[in-house]
Unconditional design. Structure first.
Length: 448
């Protein structure tokens, strides 16, 4: 996004920026519940069960006449949603740059996603196609909204505050996700006492995430303000803008090399997040309450892991710490292949491993990339980073779905993701980050 970056504010503007920052945090509070309750915990196993109810005798559903194994339908839907987001983000980003009216676009994307999520209450019986459509709409809308949300960061925080402001946003998101998951766990495990069926409890949890998203999105939409574009009409339309950014990145090949490495290993990260509950439910035979507890553990340990890896980075450098996290991701997935069915303790051990590396690998990747961005191009380059973070993670779910379709084994599907971490490790190891920082025109830290 071609937004202006803010320098250290005057005393007059500091209070206004703090007000905007506090509003900005609340969008993470609003939408992270979708990521945790819907995408990570409930929708995968539930939509898979709905698809299985609609399947033929051989276990296939036929959306648009295409034979799809019911167990692959959720993974394919996630993959399709990300492709839709890839197509939409450059168009929406260019419109925001041209007009400077970012907030109405953020509102449209947020409420489209929140509405689709709330409508998941009607996902019952054999309505797997409805579930697929709502997932595609909600997930794509969330990706577009997050791109717009993140692009506010250079506008509301000067460079010396950006890490702290960004981290607080992450913390708000983790806190909201954990809080709502506790409520979900109470409803789901005690559904008989509340007079609802298990299926209805799941649908209430899905729909409540949409209501939460829409209600708390009002706070950032009230507090954030639009800025005039620096050069009205300078932004190129749609994919021409993205192509122009990539052409500019070619002048900084080491920055582009890091972004490629991140694109690969982050695809693996995002796929594990979205497919772990399906693996736990369908392959390991674990109940929904166990899955909720495991995700809660991930949420808590992700914060602790991010802080611990931040301390490791100060000692060993961000690049080495990220490489170490990729080794840990690889070992965790390999261990996941051998998990015994019906053994929740070992699934919790696996969740702990994921939690300890999840927050740190994401936070340090964003921090390291910030050193590789040429001065004055922060927002433009972070738009491309957002495309990698949210918009390019379609290959992993597709590989997961295809592997299950061909083998009928979720164990084979989960271990197929190891390649993303191995290849990402190899690509990142080849990036000379100190030289990359210098060539971007930034001061090289003592430890990186």
């Amino acid at each position: 996004m071609g937004a202006d970056t803010v320098r250290t504010p005057s005393a007059d503007g500091a209070a206004e920026l703090r007000r905007e920052q506090r509003g900005w945090y609340f969008y993470d509070w609003a939408c992270s519940v979708y990521s945790t309750s819907v995408l990570t915990v409930f929708l995968g196993p539930y939509l898979t069960s709905v698809a299985e109810s609609a399947a033929d005798a051989e276990g296939y559903v036929h959306p648009l006449g295409i034979p799809v194994r019911a167990g692959s339908f959720f993974a394919y839907s996630v993959s399709l949603s990300v492709i839709v987001a890839v197509l939409a983000m450059p168009l929406v980003g260019a419109a925001a740059d041209r007009t400077g009216r970012k907030k109405p676009l953020l509102a449209a994307a947020a409420y489209l996603g929140a509405t689709a999520t709330t409508a998941m209450f009607f996902l019952d019986g054999d309505r797997y196609l409805l579930g697929g459509v709502l997932l595609v709409v909600a997930n794509a809308a969330q990706s577009v909204a997050m791109m717009l949300y993140n692009s506010y960061l250079p506008q509301i925080a000067p460079p010396e505050q950006r890490d702290a402001v960004s981290s607080r946003g992450w913390a708000f998101g983790y806190a909201a996700g954990s809080l709502v998951l506790v409520v979900n766990l109470v409803l789901y495990t005690g559904h008989d006492g509340f007079g609802v069926s298990e299926s209805t409890a799941v649908r209430i949890c899905l729909a409540s995430a949409g209501l939460w998203w829409g209600a708390f999105a009002l706070i950032p939409l009230r507090r954030l303000r639009d800025r005039r574009p620096a050069a009205r009409g300078a932004a190129l339309p749609g994919f021409r803008q993205l192509a122009a950014t990539v052409r500019d990145m070619r002048r900084h090949p080491l920055t582009l090399a890091f972004l490629l490495a991140y694109l690969v290993y982050n695809d693996g990260v995002q796929t594990v997040i979205s497919q772990a509950s399906v693996y736990g439910s369908k392959e390991l035979g674990l109940g929904q309450s166990t899955l909720i507890g495991a995700v809660l553990l991930v949420q808590v340990l992700a914060v602790a892991g991010a802080l611990a890896m931040g301390r490791l980075a100060r000692t060993h450098g961000a690049k080495r710490t990220i490489l170490g996290s990729l080794v840990a991701w690889t070992l965790t997935l390999a261990a996941g292949y051998f998990l015994p069915a019906g053994a929740p303790v070992w699934f919790f051990v696996l969740a702990a491993g994921i939690g300890l590396v999840l927050g740190g690998s994401q936070a340090l990747s964003r921090s390291l990339f910030s050193h590789l961005v040429p001065p004055g191009k922060e927002a433009e380059y972070f738009s491309a980073y957002e495309m990698s973070d949210r918009g390019m993670s379609w290959l992993g779910p597709l590989l997961f779905g295809v592997t299950y379709q061909l083998t009928g084994s979720y164990r084979d599907a989960i271990v197929s993701l190891v390649g993303f971490f191995v290849i990402g490790f190899a690509l990142l190891a080849r990036v000379p980050v100190r030289r990359a920082i210098a060539e971007a025109g930034n001061p090289v830290p003592d430890r990186i």
